[in-house]
Design a protein around this ligand. Structure first.
Ligand SMILES: Cc1cc2nc3c(=O)[nH]c(=O)nc-3n(C[C@H](O)[C@H](O)[C@H](O)COP(=O)(O)OP(=O)(O)OC[C@H]3O[C@@H](n4cnc5c(N)ncnc54)[C@H](O)[C@@H]3O)c2cc1C
Length: 430
């Protein structure tokens, strides 16, 4: 007699939620297939440090295959999932629409950059969601200094040294806070660079930075950024942007050659066949994280729209992704044993954002922490959650080195937006 067929679980995405789900299924009699279109798990909270030449891409990522090497019932496949057919219970992968059947599906494909209906802005204002995005920002940031050094007039130099960051959430705040710190390290190397000509502008449409944080922390973050010389403008909406600057709703314009986007994200298009969706395309999941009407499909991590007990939306952060991924796995195990499904219970681990070299804002429960103490906490938490001992060691060493010397380890200008070697052409761009 042949053994009973094992449940086939397919996980889409090897981010925080996908890995947590695969690991939680490790000791159970299921066959797991994890699909991701990249071969690496990425620690997105430190992406801005790759973008500002502090860390190398390999410091904040590990091969998914390696991360799951001990999860013997999981095979990892490199593949871009194009569509989910919930009626036939298959996912369709890559251009040839290869079909992979499932008994249970966990969708953990995360979010992507969104430009509020202005996709053309992406060429001029790269977002920060993947390693490629971070390397693109790094290239543009470093090239701006090269161009400023070769500038033929002060006016031209000032334009190259004006950086606009759009979006005052944690990503925008961390990126804007890091730019003046990095520029400081360049003082001795660029002969024409005068630090007073550096201008970093942070634009936020809402009335305060870090809108998901306690208002006192938003105010502190603003003060810290202004202390670093960042020009913070809240209540400021961008109406247009192009290669040479941004236009604002109040009719003014900021001339800047480098603009970075941290203002909007939208759900992976994979959710399109799943309902109901909220306005950013996230799935309004049932309390157990499954899709209403499809208890065999779970949506977890950033893609799941879930309300906290007080009615607010649970934030799309790494701890939520870990928790929801593990919860979906636990519900699959409950199905195996004929047990009941339970609602997901959010455990709020707090808010954390860093500002520059040694300041941060944090909230744990009802306690606000700011300044150096919050920064130490930020360091500890980020090292703790980084995947792989090699990466932890490398990051700690590089942070220590940079802290003492102000030097950046990864100031490499590589690749190009056009596919051509970047320097001669772009230096000619005036
Ligand atoms: C710049 C930045 C800074 C952040 N800072 C913090 C922070 O300080 N603290 C914090 O808690 N959170 C932070 N976050 C948020 C946190 O990173 C996310 O909440 C978390 O990554 C969500 O995990 P996830 O598993 O849902 O999705 P992701 O981590 O985005 O993983 C999704 C995976 O799915 C794969 N995928 C997508 N589409 C497909 C497809 N069609 N086919 C196959 N594979 C696919 C992707 O390649 C990726 O590997 C930050 C995010 C960003 C972008």
């Amino acid at each position: 007699m042949s053994p009973p067929a094992r449940l086939r679980v397919v996980i889409i995405g090897g981010g925080f939620a996908g890995l947590a789900a695969a690991r939680a299924l490790r000791k159970h009699p299921v066959d797991v297939t994890l699909l991701d279109r990249t071969n690496h798990h990425l620690f997105q909270p430190l992406l801005y440090q790759v973008a500002t030449a502090m860390l190398a891409p390999s410091d904040i990522s590990v091969p998914i295959r390696w991360a799951l090497r001990r999860v013997r019932n999981c095979r990892v496949l490199l593949g871009d999932v194009k569509r989910i057919d919930v009626e036939r219970r298959v996912v369709l992968v890559d251009a040839d629409q290869r079909e992979i059947p499932y008994d249970r599906l966990i969708v953990a494909a995360g979010m992507c950059n969104a430009y509020f209906g202005h996709d053309e802005w992406e060429d001029h204002a790269p977002g920060l969601k993947s390693l490629d995005d971070a390397l693109r920002i790094r290239r543009r940031f470093l090239l701006a200094f090269e161009r400023a050094e070769a500038a033929r007039s002060e006016e031209q130099r000032r334009r190259w040294l004006t950086f606009v960051v759009i979006g005052g959430g944690p990503t925008g705040v961390e990126l804007a806070g890091m730019l003046p710190e990095v520029a400081r390290a360049f003082r001795r190397e660029y002969r024409a660079y005068d630090p007073t000509s550096l201008r970093v502008v942070l634009l936020e449409g809402g009335d305060r930075l870090l809108s998901a944080f306690d208002p006192a922390l938003s105010a502190q973050a603003r003060r810290d950024l202004e202390g670093l010389g960042v020009e913070v403008r809240t209540g400021t909406r961008v109406t247009a942007l192009d290669q040479h600057g941004v236009s604002l709703a109040d009719g003014t314009r900021i001339e800047a050659e480098e603009i970075f986007w941290a203002a909007g994200i939208a759900a992976s298009p994979l959710t399109q066949g799943l309902v109901p969706l909220d306005k950013s395309g996230r799935v309004l999941v049932a309390p157990d994280c499954s899709v209403p009407g499809h208890p065999e499909v779970f949506v977890v991590g950033d893609l799941a729209a879930i309300r906290a007990p007080d009615g607010s939306w649970i934030p799309g952060v790494a701890p939520t992704a870990n928790q929801t991924g593990a919860h979906a796995a636990a519900m699959i195990v409950a199905d195996l044993h004929g047990g009941p499904r339970r609602p997901y219970r959010w455990f709020n681990k707090g808010d954390l954002a860093t500002i520059g070299r040694h300041k941060a804002v944090a909230r744990f429960g009802r306690v606000n922490v700011t300044g150096y103490a919050a920064w130490l906490l930020w360091l500890f938490v980020h090292v703790l959650y980084l995947a792989g001992f090699r990466n932890r060691l490398s990051v700690v060493l590089q942070w220590a080195y940079a802290y003492v010397t102000f030097q950046r380890g990864v100031r490499l200008i590589t690749g190009s937006d056009t596919g051509e070697y970047p320097v001669p052409d772009t230096l000619r761009r005036v």
